[in-house]
Design a protein around this ligand. Structure first.
Ligand SMILES: C[S@@+](CC[C@H](N)C(=O)[O-])C[C@H]1O[C@@H](n2cnc3c(N)ncnc32)[C@H](O)[C@@H]1O
Length: 292
C-alpha cells in the first residue's frame, strides 16, 4: 500500500522522505524559583530641580516617535508614537512585559540593589530606568543616537545617577568596553533584529556573570528553525541597517543555548492573560538563562 501511495505521489512529482526529528524536549535545565511580587515604578518620579513641565513637553515634542508611553509624578504623560500610523498600540505593553519577567529576575537575585545590569538595545531607556530605580548600577546602549538622547531626557527628569547610556552597535559590545561583565544582562526585543542569532546569544552570554533575560519574537514551529526575514531599517524599532534578520523557533533557542554552553535556562511561563497579544499567540517568548 505504501508503494502504491509513493508511486502515485511520484507520478504527480512529489516524494516522501523521512525527516530526522529532534527530541521535542531537551534535558530538564529548569531553574527552580519562588516568585516575589514586583511592579514597575510608575508613574516615574521627578527629581526636584529637574526640568519644568513646559521644558519636558518641549523636549518630548522634538521627537516624532516614542516606543513607550511615559507618565511622571504630577500627571504629566506622553503616549507611544509609531512611524506606522496603522500600528496597533497597546499602552499596557511595557507594564505587562515587566510583570512577565521581572519577578523572575528578582527571584534569582533577591533584589537588584547593587547589581550591575546591562540593557542591550535600550531604546529610550524604559528598562534601564526601572532597574536604576530598583537600585541597580545600569549601562544601557542602543545603535540609534536619537533614542539615546530620549533615554538621557528621561534620566534627567527622573534624576537617577546610577544609569549610563551609550550609542553603540550590538556587535561592538565587549566586557572590555564596559569595564567588566554584568550580574544581569537584558537581551530584550533585539535578537530578531540581528543577522546571526547564534553569535548574538554567545556574545550576550559572554557579557553576563550570572543571568540573562532573553525576550524575542519566535517563529511558530516545533522544529528548531531560524526563519530568514529581510528587514528594512526605516522604522526606529527595527535593525539599525537593512538586511537579513532571523526569527528563531523556541526549540532553536534551546538548541543554540545548548550549543554555546549556557549553564541552565528555562522559558518563562505565561502566568496570566494580561499579556500582549504576541505572547499569548505564541509569537513571542522570554527565557531566564543562567550564564555560568
Ligand atoms: C524592538 S526595540 C526593543 C527595545 C527594548 N529593548 C525592548 O525590548 O523594549 C529594538 C531596539 O533595537 C535597537 N537596535 C536594532 N539593531 C541594533 C544594533 N545592531 N545595535 C544596537 N541596537 C540596535 C533599535 O534601535 C531599537 O531601539
Amino acid at each position: 500500500m505504501r508503494h502504491v501511495i509513493q508511486n502515485a505521489l511520484h507520478h504527480f512529482g512529489y516524494e516522501i522522505h523521512r525527516t530526522q526529528l529532534l527530541p521535542k524536549k531537551l534535558p530538564n535545565r529548569g531553574i527552580p524559583i519562588e516568585l516575589p511580587s514586583v511592579s514597575p515604578i510608575w508613574p516615574l518620579p521627578r527629581h526636584p530641580g529637574g526640568p519644568s513641565d513646559d521644558q519636558i513637553r518641549e523636549e518630548f515634542a522634538k521627537y516624532d516617535f516614542w516606543h513607550y508611553s511615559y507618565a511622571f509624578d504630577g500627571g504629566l504623560s506622553f503616549p507611544i508614537r509609531y512611524e506606522n500610523p496603522r500600528a496597533v498600540i497597546n499602552p499596557q505593553r511595557a507594564r505587562q512585559r515587566f510583570m512577565h519577567f521581572f519577578p523572575y529576575l528578582m527571584a534569582v537575585g533577591g533584589s537588584l540593589r547593587g547589581k550591575r545590569v546591562l540593557d542591550i538595545a535600550c531604546n529610550s531607556g524604559f528598562w534601564s530606568i526601572q532597574c536604576a530605580l530598583l537600585g541597580a548600577e545600569v549601562v544601557g546602549f542602543d545603535g540609534r543616537p536619537e533614542l539615546i538622547q530620549q533615554a538621557e531626557l528621561i534620566k534627567s527628569i527622573v534624576g537617577v545617577r546610577n544609569v549610563e547610556f551609550k550609542v553603540m552597535d550590538f556587535w561592538e559590545m565587549s566586557s572590555q568596553s564596559f569595564g567588566g561583565t554584568f550580574d544581569i544582562v537584558l537581551n530584550l526585543g533585539i535578537l530578531y533584529h540581528l543577522t546571526n542569532p547564534l553569535e548574538a546569544l554567545r556574545l550576550t552570554i559572554s557579557m553576563a556573570r550570572k543571568y540573562v533575560v532573553l525576550d524575542t519574537e519566535v517563529y511558530p514551529s516545533r522544529q528548531p528553525v531560524l526563519k530568514l526575514v529581510w528587514e528594512e531599517s526605516t522604522d526606529f524599532r527595527t535593525a539599525t541597517s537593512s538586511g537579513i534578520v532571523t526569527n528563531p523557533s523556541k526549540s532553536s533557542i534551546d538548541l543554540m543555548l545548548r550549543h554555546i554552553g549556557a549553564h541552565r535556562w528555562f522559558e518563562i511561563p505565561l502566568r496570566t492573560t494580561d499579556m500582549p497579544r504576541d505572547y499569548l499567540d505564541n509569537k513571542r517568548a522570554s527565557w531566564l538563562i543562567e550564564a555560568a
